[in-house]
Write a protein that binds this ligand. Structure first.
Ligand code: ADP
Length: 492
């Protein structure tokens, strides 16, 4: 029996390996050798005179170099945004703002292929994801919020929604274009102007978005996009001309930002880390649940704040589910992000790979049992085999701390109350998932799980109309839907 199972795995694995390479051509992705800062509608050389290289994490090849904005550059960008706000944008009708935002959405669609290729090259994620998820969802966010721009009186009945002013927006490297869309679209729809800073490892699609914004004739200064690392982000947060900070990133930096703006009139939304629990009951459709768990943790190499990195399986189906997961892991193809067959791409940076490897060692040292797929890894670039741990204790660091990689910690449970307690026993509270055939169980859990999102019989589903955000150390404020508009207005 065991050997026939092994044969099945091997067959599946071999057939996966036999796919002929199907790489997406890079020819339609135009990447300049160097990018300046996008300020006041133009690409301007940085006052700092400094640039830094940006690479492809799958090959370590240098793709381009981008400006390293210092405090003087941040000041220029914030002043441009303020001027555009005062002189033009806040006075424009909602219908006119909407037209501009629709234009951005359409141009993202027109250039979808190029954006997807660059996203995969610069970030390491599989082209299937950037092509089928990141880029279309980014366009959808612009379409969705364009629709609200002239309907704010319906969004906030009997109230008048006024923009906040200039928004400083800082985003991470896991969904570079999509996070830019999440931030820019609702800000513009409500009449704010923005200065956006992408993460230092993934600046290229944000700079492509800057080109789109320029081509779309968005009035100069309404959107400014500046590149740099943590110091640039800190200069933006601390600039007195900023009215609102929208941040997505680590809990550690979120706390620094919260301290920095304490006592100022700056408003903030912080979308921080997570340690999502996926819960499989014994009455769940197990194959679907296993697919959902695989999608939940291995999607985008686990570089997802809402990744389902903890799995709780009801005791009676525990062995079965773990075996199904192991079998499925063996079929997953790790490799070239531009290959359409690839399931798991490159880890975003060497630092992140070091962090993931550190946690894998911690898991083993804590006594958990590790299982990794036998996928061959490319020689260059940053890679991690999909990994799962069993024999995990609730207090283990791999069950408590955010790893941000393709590493799943699995535990068993017996009763509903027990799993609710275990799932909530986390400093985070961004998302969770429940797999069961019973609607009553879903309702019981959704009301008791302390997380901003609870997915039922699915995972990692996103839609511009749905709010997203966390509890506890996962931050505060919501993005998406009507709630996302609320974060950019004062109501009078
Ligand atoms: P991650 O761990 O996901 O890389 P970080 O929180 O370090 O997340 O980074 C998210 C974003 O925050 C990036 O754009 C980064 O440059 C920026 N950042 C890092 N440090 C600071 C800081 N002290 N103030 C403002 N932004 C920062």
């Amino acid at each position: 029996m065991a050997s026939s199972k092994n044969n099945t795995i091997k067959l599946k694995f071999d057939s996966a390996r036999k796919y002929a390479p199907a790489p997406e051509s890079r020819s339609s992705a135009k990447i300049n050798a160097r990018y300046d800062l996008f300020i006041n509608g133009k690409f301007e050389k940085p006052v700092s005179k400094k640039y830094f290289g940006t690479i492809s994490p799958s090959s370590e090849e240098k793709l381009s170099e981008v400006a390293d904005a210092n405090a003087a550059d941040v000041d220029k960008a914030v002043k441009a945004a303020r001027q555009a706000y005062d002189r033009y944008w806040k006075k424009l009708s909602g219908a006119e703002r909407g037209k501009y935002i629709y234009r951005i959405a359409r141009m993202i669609q027109e250039r979808a292929r190029e954006l997807a290729i660059i996203e995969s090259l610069n970030g390491g994620k599989p082209i299937r994801e950037s092509r089928d998820f990141d880029v279309p969802t980014a366009a959808n966010h612009f379409f969705y919020y364009a629709g609200w721009a002239d309907k704010l009186e319906y969004a906030f009945p009997n109230r008048q929604a006024q923009p906040l002013g200039v928004a400083g927006q800082i985003i991470p490297w896991n969904f570079p274009l999509l996070m830019a869309a999440w931030k820019i679209a609702p800000a513009l729809a409500t009449g704010n102007t923005v200065v956006l800073k992408p993460a230092e490892t993934t600046p290229l699609t944000a700079l492509k978005l800057a080109e789109i914004i320029q081509e779309a004739d968005i009035p100069p200064g309404v959107v400014n996009i500046i590149t740099g690392a943590g110091a640039t982000g800190a200069a933006l947060v601390n600039h007195p001309g900023i009215d609102k900070i929208a941040f997505t990133g680590s809990t550690q930096v979120g706390k620094i930002i919260q301290n920095a703006i304490a006592g100022t009139s700056k408003k903030a939304t912080l979308e921080l880390g997570g340690k999502a629990a996926n819960i499989i009951f014994d009455d769940a459709p197990l194959d679907q649940a296993v697919e959902g768990v695989i999608n939940g943790i291995f999607f985008n190499q686990g570089h997802v704040c809402c990744a389902g990195s903890r799995l709780y399986v009801q005791e009676s189906v525990f062995k079965q589910v773990v075996q199904k997961l192991k079998d499925r892991l063996e079929t997953m193809i790790v490799g070239d992000p531009l290959d359409k067959n690839t399931d798991i791409g490159a880890i975003n940076s060497k630092e992140q790979l070091n962090t993931i490897n550190k946690y894998i060692k911690i898991g083993i040292k804590e006594g958990a049992e590790m299982y990794q797929s036998s996928a061959e890894l490319p020689h260059k670039g940053f890679w991690c085999r999909p990994t799962l741990f069993t024999n995990v204790a609730q207090s283990n660091r791999i069950a408590q701390e955010e790893i941000f990689g393709p590493v799943l910690a699995i535990q068993s449970f017996r009763t509903d109350d027990e799993v609710i307690e275990k799932a909530n026993n986390s400093p985070y509270g961004l998302s969770s998932g429940v797999w069961t055939d019973k609607g009553s169980k879903i309702f019981n859990l959704t009301t008791k799980l302390r997380s901003g999102v609870v997915w039922a019989n699915t995972f990692n589903k996103f839609d511009p109309t749905s709010p997203f955000g966390g509890y506890k150390e996962s931050g505060y404020g919501r993005e998406g839907g009507l709630h996302g508009l609320n974060a950019y207005v004062k109501l009078i």
